[in-house]
Design a protein around this ligand. Structure first.
Ligand code: 5GP
Length: 182
């Protein structure tokens, strides 16, 4: 039985890099979310996200087209249900989403595995987020306060993994997923 795997964690913690490494290992598919925010440099339609209008987002939400959705940073983010169900036929599917959405997934799919990725320390995380350089300082501030909220939901997650060393974190997550399927 293939699994829904939810990866969350504060902004800048390295979720994206971890996901890339997991995908390289094979057996996993990545859910592509819908968002109403604009693409950042280098982001591709249908790969990074499906970039949709507010109107389309509202329609999908109303018609039950999302497996979960939430609004943060002034934009809508949602997991397209049909897309994920199709991927689940042949793969474990990774959802890289924030905590409110993650808890909705757990409610609807109690077998989903919720893994939170945390930084070795907060200062290190702040440095990473600023280094990313794709945000304004106001948006960085918003993300930092959001991070505290994300971390506060840690008790609701099945596992917490510290991203100190990338390969160790990837190994650990892969191991958690494999053993959850035994
Ligand atoms: P960003 O704008 O930096 O790509 O993402 C901001 C936040 O939205 C991240 O915490 C990311 O995990 C979350 N996110 C991305 N896609 C979804 C989604 O489909 N649903 C929910 N609930 N959050 C999402």
């Amino acid at each position: 039985m293939n699994k829904l795997i939810v990866l969350s964690g504060p902004s800048g913690v390295g979720k994206g890099t971890i996901v890339k490494q997991l995908l390289k290992r094979g057996g996993y598919a990545l859910s592509v979310s819908c968002t109403t925010r604009s693409p950042r440099e280098g982001e591709k339609e249908g790969v990074s996200y499906f970039f949709i209008t507010e109107r389309k987002f509202g329609e999908m939400a109303e018609k039950g087209g999302f497996l979960e959705y939430s609004r943060h940073f002034g934009h809508g983010y949602g997991t397209p249900k049909a897309f994920v169900e199709k991927q689940l036929v042949n793969h474990d599917v990774i959802l890289e989403i924030e905590v409110d959405g993650a808890l909705q997934v757990k409610k609807a799919y109690p077998d989903a595995l919720l893994i939170m990725i945390v930084p070795p320390d907060e200062e290190e995380l702040k440095a990473r987020l600023i280094k990313r350089g794709s945000e304004t300082s106001q948006s960085i501030a918003e993300r930092l306060s959001r991070n505290a909220y994300e971390l506060s939901k840690r008790p609701f997650y099945d596992y917490t993994v510290v991203n100190d060393d990338l390969q160790t974190a990837v190994e650990e997550i892969d191991g958690i997923i494999k053993s959850s399927k035994k």
